[in-house]
Every structure is written in structure tokens, then in C-alpha cells.
Design a protein around this ligand. Structure first.
Ligand SMILES: [Cu+2]
Length: 194
């Protein structure tokens, strides 16, 4: 008896469990129906949001690129002109023709222990070069030229004749420039610059 009653109780319990599970399945089924609707609404909302969002986003991007593109080309164009101007500038520089200062060469000889000539002349501001010719065989001479104030402004080496030497005095100011032989101080002459 007790076993039959227990079996019945077990069956009853099983029935209740089955009913509970059935109700649970029904409860789970209802949420499934509700979820599709929510998904549909969600799908609809995203489409509307996507259509609305693209329009504002498209307008801003187009405007910024145009503004950025205009400044960028302007910089390259500004950089390009300077190089073009530089090539044009080089041509003018080549005007350095050194003006050859007009010069004069004075020929002075030494022979018989005297200069010839003893008096010479040159134009003021003219570059003066002396071509010295020691024509005296076996005798050493030179020519040493002095400024009006008495300072030596140029001389040749002492050379034994026959021999030649030159000395440049540069451009001379107006005045009288004496010259002499350092070996024979009594050998004298003058250059008059006017
Ligand atoms: Cu001399």
C-alpha cells in the first residue's frame, strides 16, 4: 500500500513538474515573440539614424577638405616664385671689368757713374714704373726713389752691369721725387709729377 501511495505521489509530483516546465516553456515563448518586435524596431531605428547621420557628416567633411586644399596649393606656389627669381638674378653680377689704370714707364740708365736722364716727369695719378738699365760693365748700381718728404717709395736691387731691373712706384701725387744710387750716393736725379 505504502509503495502504491508513494508511486502515486511521485506521479503527482512528476505531473506538477511537467506542468511547471510547460508553463516555463510558455513563458520563454512569449519573450521570444516580444524580442523579434524589438529587433524589428531596432532595425528600423538604425536605418533612420544612419540616414539622418550621413547627411550632417557629409556636409562638414566636404567643407574642411576644400579649405585645407586651397591653403596647401598657395604655399607651393609661393615657394616656387623665389627659385625662379634667383636664376634671373645671376646674370647681372658679371660686370667686373677692372679699369686698367693708365701707367707710364720711365727708362733710366746708369753709365759713367751717372744717371741718364737726370730729370724726368710724369702725370699725377699715373702708375709709374721705372725700367732701370745699368749699362756700365762690371760696375754695380741701383736706383732708389724717394717721396717729396724723403721716404723711399721703391728701389731696384743692386745689379752689376750690364743688367736691367724694374720697380713700380704706383700712382704718384703731385710733387718732386728725387732718386739716387745707393752704391754711389752722388748719382742723383728727380722725377717731377704734375
Ligand atoms: Cu751707382
Amino acid at each position: 500500500m505504502r509503495t502504491l501511495a508513494g508511486i502515486i505521489a511521485l506521479l503527482a509530483a512528476a505531473m506538477t513538474i511537467a506542468c511547471a516546465s510547460g508553463s516555463g516553456a510558455k513563458s520563454t515563448a512569449t519573450p521570444r515573440a516580444a524580442s523579434p518586435t524589438k529587433a524589428a524596431t531596432a532595425a528600423a531605428s538604425p536605418t533612420s539614424a544612419a540616414s539622418a547621420s550621413p547627411q550632417p557628416t557629409l556636409a562638414p567633411p566636404t567643407a574642411p577638405p576644400a579649405a585645407a586644399s586651397t591653403p596647401v596649393p598657395a604655399q607651393p606656389t609661393r615657394a616656387v616664385p623665389p627659385p625662379a627669381a634667383r636664376p634671373t638674378q645671376p646674370p647681372p653680377p658679371p660686370p667686373p671689368p677692372p679699369p686698367p689704370p693708365p701707367g707710364v714707364t720711365l727708362d733710366i740708365s746708369a753709365d759713367n757713374l751717372q744717371f741718364a736722364p737726370t730729370t724726368l716727369s710724369a702725370a699725377a695719378g699715373t702708375t709709374v714704373t721705372i725700367a732701370f738699365n745699368n749699362a756700365e760693365q762690371g760696375v754695380p748700381h741701383n736706383i732708389d726713389v724717394f717721396s717729396p718728404s724723403g721716404a723711399s717709395i721703391g728701389k731696384t736691387d743692386v745689379i752689376t752691369g750690364p743688367a736691367r731691373a724694374t720697380v713700380s712706384l704706383g700712382a704718384l701725387a703731385t710733387g718732386t721725387y728725387p732718386f739716387k744710387c745707393d752704391v754711389h750716393p752722388f748719382m742723383r736725379g728727380t722725377i717731377a709729377v704734375r
